[in-house]
Design a protein around this ligand. Structure first.
Ligand SMILES: NC(=O)c1ccc[n+]([C@@H]2O[C@H](COP(=O)([O-])OP(=O)(O)OC[C@H]3O[C@@H](n4cnc5c(N)ncnc54)[C@H](OP(=O)(O)O)[C@@H]3O)[C@@H](O)[C@H]2O)c1
Length: 328
């Protein structure tokens, strides 16, 4: 592997803000966890993967080239004693509570916990789980898919957007070490608006592709495009009530973004439905509906999406039970 070369050259010159090789733990060896672990490893840091079942090696596929990544992987938080400098939380949001053991074992007063999950409510969801340490929410502009347990396809993007704080700058320095270029970190002064803008990219595309079992190109069909526009308009109204500086332009820009994407692109919710995994509808559509309720706003289209997604997921759960072999 070429990995050892990258580590050696990276450790020769730490950028300002990174005084030494950092101890990094990544909770969740799925799509995003693998890409970020790979980038931190290439930047020369000491990376441990925290996983639910043993994982010896992962193949990362990017632009047709494949790279094998072999990192220390641990399966039990009670085997860990020392806090890390950086903990990256890369589980799906519905698994955050199950990741609590890792958070408690690996977080000390100086640990920065980077939430790599989608959504606009990182602080409300994850903040209360930290007894010590500092939470750093990150907006993930990376598209990756775990096509098997040991194979991750990195489709596009390498940007993380974080608040413009000391922790945000430290994260930029972490990945800049050695000039490895695996992940770019950008800081945003108005993180609330940045988070809602990123969230808008999920608000229409994820439920519509997951419910129709169609790819992103389907959103160019007039009826679906109008439905997407309606979902986005509702979300913009809610985002403004939550303090984001959004306008009707954000609706049109998000629709333009969908139009610019490769028509065969999927969304994480579509991939999850096709793979019969749970859906993050509570994080996406559920967040719009809950925030609308807090502000007394009507979001009938998002409410309808939520009801349909909940029905699909309930049906998936029944089918999963039916597929289980009967106990004699
Ligand atoms: N994929 C993307 O392109 C993308 C883009 C932007 C944002 N995001 C966001 O990033 C987050 C992660 O998504 P993803 O696509 O990387 O999901 P994923 O591929 O399903 O990976 C999630 C991983 O978390 C692991 N996990 C769950 N509970 C755990 C626990 N208690 N301890 C250790 N590991 C645990 C799972 O383990 P098992 O292997 O045992 O199931 C799985 O490997 C989500 O919030 C998603 O919305 C994803």
């Amino acid at each position: 592997m070429t990995e050892s070369t990258a580590v050696a050259s990276a450790s020769a010159a730490w950028p300002p803000g990174v005084q030494r090789r950092q101890r990094v733990a990544v909770v969740g060896g799925g799509a995003i966890g693998t890409i970020v672990a790979h980038a931190a490893h290439r930047a020369g840091h000491k990376v441990t993967l925290c996983v639910r079942s043993p994982l010896a090696e992962v193949t990362v596929e990017r632009e047709g080239a494949q790279e094998r990544l072999s990192l220390p992987a641990v399966t039990r938080p009670d085997r860990l004693t020392a806090p890390v400098d950086w903990l990256f939380l890369a589980t799906k949001t519905y698994d955050t509570q199950q990741a609590l053991g890792w958070i408690r074992a690996l977080t000390g007063p100086a640990t920065r916990v980077v939430a790599l999950q989608n959504g606009v409510d990182h602080q409300e969801r994850i903040g209360p789980l930290l007894v010590v340490g500092e939470l750093l929410p990150a907006l993930v502009y990376i598209s990756a898919e775990r096509v098997s347990r040991t194979h991750v396809v990195h489709r596009w993007g390498r940007r993380l957007v974080v608040p413009d704080t000391a922790a945000g700058s430290a994260l930029a320095a972490l990945f800049a070490a050695g000039g490895s270029g695996g992940v770019d970190v950008v800081t945003a002064q108005d993180f609330t608006t940045a988070a809602w803008r990123k969230f808008l990219t999920n608000v229409a595309a994820n439920p519509l592709t997951a419910l129709t079992l169609r790819r992103i190109g389907a959103l160019q069909e007039p009826r679906l495009r109008e439905l997407a526009r309606g979902l986005l308009r509702e979300a913009v109204t809610v985002g403004v009530a939550e303090g984001a500086s959004l306008s009707g332009d954000d609706v049109e820009q998000t629709l333009d973004l969908y139009a610019a994407m490769h028509p065969h692109s999927g969304t994480s919710m579509l991939h999850d439905r096709l793979a019969r995994r749970r859906l993050e509808h509570d994080l996406i559509t559920g967040s719009v509906v809950r925030a609308a309720e807090r502000h007394g706003l009507a979001v009938p289209l998002n409410q309808a999406m939520l009801a349909l997604l909940q029905t699909v997921e309930a049906q998936n759960a029944v089918e999963a039970l039916e597929r289980r072999p009967a106990v004699a």
